[in-house]
Design a protein around this ligand. Structure first.
Ligand SMILES: Cc1ncc(COP(=O)(O)O)c(C=O)c1O
Length: 451
């Protein structure tokens, strides 16, 4: 393709993107049934011949822009998806244009360098042990897989069992201890690692979803304890000081799933939630949730470099490891995009204070919603620990009706869950764009729905 065509294509993508952003506020947060019918237009056979790329892009823009869910807008309160910082989009565009494979330093020195810088910044920002190593994966699910793979390696090594050589068949049993409110992705990763659900011992949680420390079973060096920084419904945090101390005394490995909540450690106002988390062995968190980086930014941090690299390294005569950093030794994958570039750009742009301000803003937003929704008749079930809110409207029937009206209103969007056996509406304040006007609109939408 000649350069002039390439330029035209990028100009066209820029034009369509800006049009979308300009229009975003006027479009329903969730596409209407009418708009969703447009998706049928993708039901076509694979073209036999090449199409003009401008036409391909136009088709995508025309249908796609009308059928998106507006996560990037300011009134999406559904899943903890987070918005996207403009610097994140811009840096990702640039990085995609550079087409860097981040696996090895020799493939992309800049991707290796910026991941090393992000690692250092995260250790500083989240107050983690200086020995910690960082890997970047698609999301917290896979980051948790990496943390648990490192844990498995480390714990088996202590039991004189080389898991890489001997595998799980006939291996001594490891016990997985976690709260009964642990996120479903953790259970999935425990299963993927071959432990089986039967290895899991669930610990009872309190009314906020926090592990009850007194209910922790006897643990020892054959255990992996999994804690949570940010319950996906209530936003609550486990008592890291107490639980990590017990784990450390007994030789258990502690992993903290902090998909959206770990960032609270970056704010002086919210840091009380994460006290003691530095005593854990590994942590998983997303850039793309509360930090608002582009998607595809899961972060694994592990205090024990040997444990994570022994679990995730690979051989190959053609693999040219460098003397500095090779990103692929901290992740299961080899080829991947240079997601560290947009993570670096977001952190560089916001700085320490900007990140703290963003986390505080999300917290303030959730507090605003709790106060105002309560004032118009909704029952708020959780303390506002961070950015999550769970409510109901009285009876289950009424709560379901309200939710349906909210979801079809186009004004805002939020979802539901079952909390301690009760049907609830779940709200997450997780976009940098959400301001008081948006929050007021959300309250108004709830008021109208209740009427
Ligand atoms: C507490 C918690 N853990 C794990 C996940 C999964 O993260 P991801 O979707 O990035 O894989 C989520 C998603 O919301 C979460 O809230």
């Amino acid at each position: 393709m000649p350069n002039s065509h390439f330029n035209q294509l990028l100009e066209s993508a820029k034009f369509e993107s800006i049009q979308y952003l300009d229009n975003c506020d006027n479009l329903p947060v969730f596409p209407s049934d009418e708009a969703l019918k447009l998706l049928q237009m993708f039901n076509e056979a694979l073209p036999t011949d090449q199409n003009n790329p401008l036409e391909t892009l136009k088709k995508l823009a025309d249908i796609g822009s009308q059928t998106t869910v507006k996560h990037g807008g300011s009134r999406y309160f559904g899943f903890v998806n987070g918005g996207i910082l403009p610097i994140g989009i811009a840096a990702r565009w640039l990085a995609d244009t550079w087409d860097q494979n981040a696996a090895l330093s020799v493939m992309s020195p800049i991707a290796a360098k910026l991941e090393e810088v992000c690692q250092q910044w995260l250790i500083q920002l989240l107050h983690l042990p200086p020995s910690s190593k960082m890997g970047l994966v698609g999301g917290t699910s896979v980051a948790t897989l990496c943390g648990l793979a490192a844990a498995r390696n480390h714990q088996y090594k202590k039991l004189n069992w080389d898991i890489n050589e001997r595998g799980l068949a006939d291996a001594p049993r490891l016990r997985i201890i976690m709260g009964d409110q642990t996120h479903g992705t953790v259970t999935k990763m425990v299963r993927l690692l071959g432990f089986g659900s039967q290895s899991i011992e669930l610990v009872a949680s309190d009314d906020q979803g926090r592990i009850m420390v007194d209910c922790l079973p006897e643990i020892d060096g054959s255990c992996i304890l999994i804690l949570q920084a940010g319950n996906v419904c209530s936003g609550s945090f486990d008592d890291f000081s107490a639980l990590c101390s017990i784990a450390n005394q007994s030789g258990a490995w502690t992993h903290i799933d902090g998909a959206f909540g770990l960032w609270a450690a970056a704010s002086a106002q919210l840091k009380h939630l994460t006290v003691g988390m530095e005593l854990a062995d590994s942590w998983s968190v997303d850039g793309h949730k509360t930090l608002n980086t582009p998607y595809d930014c899961g972060v694994i941090l592990c205090k024990h470099p040997d444990a994570i690299t022994e679990a995730l390294h690979q051989q190959g005569s053609y693999i040219d490891y460098s003397k500095t950093r090779d990103n692929m030794v901290y992740t299961p994958d080899m080829s991947r995009r240079a997601r560290g570039i947009d993570l670096w750009a977001c952190m560089h742009h916001l700085g320490e204070n900007g990140i703290a301000t963003l986390m505080n803003k999300l917290h303030e937003g959730a507090k605003y919603l709790a106060e105002h929704l309560n004032a118009i008749g909704y029952v708020v079930l959780n303390e506002i620990h961070f950015n999550q809110l769970i409510i109901h409207a009285g009876s289950e029937e009424l709560t379901r009706q309200v939710l349906k009206r909210i979801q079809t209103s186009g004004v805002i969007w939020c979802g539901s869950a079952t909390w301690k056996g009760q049907f609830i509406i779940r709200l997450s304040v997780c976009s940098w764009q959400t301001n008081e006007k948006d929050l007021a609109k959300a309250v108004e939408a709830f008021k109208t729905a209740l009427r």
